[in-house]
Design a protein around this ligand. Sequence first.
Ligand code: 9MJ
Length: 693
Amino acid sequence: MSAPASSREAAERVKKLRAEIARHNYLYYVLDAPEIPDAEYDRLFRELQELEARHPKLVTPDSPTQRVGEAPLKKFGAVRHEVPMLSLVNAFTEQEVVDFDRRVRERLGLEVAPGILPPATLTRPCVSQVEYSAEPKLDGLAVSLLYQHGRFTQGATRGDGETGEDVTQNLRTIKAIPLHLYGKGYPEILEVRGEVYLSKQVFNELNRQALARGEKPFANPRNAAAGSLRQLDPKITASRPLAFYAYGLGKVQGGVMPDKHSAILAQLRDWSVPVAREQKVVQGVQGCLDYYRDMSARRARLPYDIDGVVYKVNRLDHQEQLGYISRAPRWALAHKFPAQEELTGVLDIEAQVGRTGALTPVARLKPVFVGGVTVSNATLHNQNEIDRLDVRVGDSVIVRRAGDVIPEIVSVVRERRPPRTRPYHLPRQCPVCGADVVRAEGEVVARCSGGLYCPAQRIQAILHFASRRAMDIEGLGDKLVEQLVTQKLIETPADLYTLTLEQLAGLERMGEKSAANVYGAIQKSKKTTLARFLFALGIREVGEATAQTLARHFGDLDAVMEADEATLQNVPDVGPIVAAHIAAFFRQRHNREVIQRLREAGVTWPGVQRTPAARLPLAGKTFVLTGTLEHMTRDEAKEKLQALGAKVSGSVSAKTSCVVVGRDPGSKLDKARELGVEVLDETALHKLLRGAD
Ligand code: 9MJ
């Protein structure tokens, strides 16, 4: 688009651009269904910015370009809520929800309390159900947004419900909050109420950054959201991608709103105010309880944290009739999920040994009911985490269990520490095999050096060797491998190939037919590919895609085995760490012996056509992944891209060729837009991976 010549033309173009941007914001933030790629949106935005820069008179406070810009405040002003911001009554059991619904129906005269109405009515109990709006209960910060003639003019925190803090300039930085309502028909004064929150992904990213800077991470998304919104410098708020969902109204003047809560939310959506998609109209108490169950099941997969659900009587005339009791509406109820954080004691700390020999410290806890289950163990991840928390045997700790996530210790209650406790250190010897525990330079994980000799690693290593994507030995499951290892019939993967049919058939609970099947599967697995074989060895950091790249690059096993670290680093995306793991693996005499025996047993593969790195389809390109992918993990996507010759980096820069975005992308997407880097969604990524194969 060429630059408009006159200021009248500029004014028209600005108007058009704003309308277009408003529509795309609506599609993106409210409907979650963008029509144009991000790059196109960015072009519109930049064009508007440039026009406004050339014609400063055209800048208005509600222009989408005017989100940040004000100077830091000394302190927040106070805002009185003309219509108080209410709190909610909590329920923790189904019975409390049943009681709530009964009270609602009694007050509305839909059901009759015994003894109040004539007996004739009592013989035919009224069964009419109340319609409720059921909503996720977001764990964020309640705010009120004032729109005057459609323009966002003031925003405040809830405060004590009567008076809150004026956080207008910070709320303006939240892209999901429209600076001007979209469309038509809004009242002259409209106060929208809702929750400012952080998506789980943004929260994790913020904490990752905080840890990287050596700062203390936020305890939960709620604290992080509150901390981010209550910043005197709006630039800090702007740097933390907060989100917003509306759930109700405050003052309304000079216009009419629908007469049902659900219709109000739908109307707000039409005006480009985001409302949680999970909001739903349900019938009666059963509808509420079904909704609660459904949301409990979906909770872990939601992109944001919720601490329960809210039921609201849907008809506004009924709400009015029900009224309030000490600042909480009688027409609403928060049905909370079981507490996700509880206090308990550390009975012991033990080190567990995994397949790769990694020692994971695990806290044995005094059993405690948290997040709906009894928890008696919590992972402590590694020595760094133990040092950070300074958790000791005998400590009182706060345990968190969110959704299906494994329980973890959030913090230690220092005030309750008994005397004479000692800092915990991982053992120097492997608790399973007694071999030395080593922690490589710059690594957080400590490992047992016993390799395949360590029984803890042996079973897992053999299972990995036999797995479908490795040697694909059907029927060799964990029970069978455990039996074979504990009965000392096998020690290493090579021993699988010397097992006899009689030995297999002689195992407990093994029928002759199954023994023959497993035996056959073992023999069949001898014909494999170099890539599968390399993957099957279980070398650290060598996944399927890296194994494939190695196979293609070197062409035969001996070349891989003899390569030194420098040579290995010539392979696309084999960096110094992966190269060190590969070289260290093949240096181990024991591993070379196992490989030798596997070859002698007849494990073979066809020759591999070598493809030099530079000829791979994505050679020379750098990708960045952000957000949650639906159909593969980020690591899988990374490996697949690397196998095609691409580099995968953790941060976006001018050198980035492409950013792949999943659900809830973080700041990387913003950065990509800023730099005009190409953006791919997951579908496009799949297409690329398929096409390039
Ligand atoms: C939250 N926190 O998600 C209300 N809330 O309604 C929802 N909070 C609320 N509704 C009236 N969905 C007062 C508070």
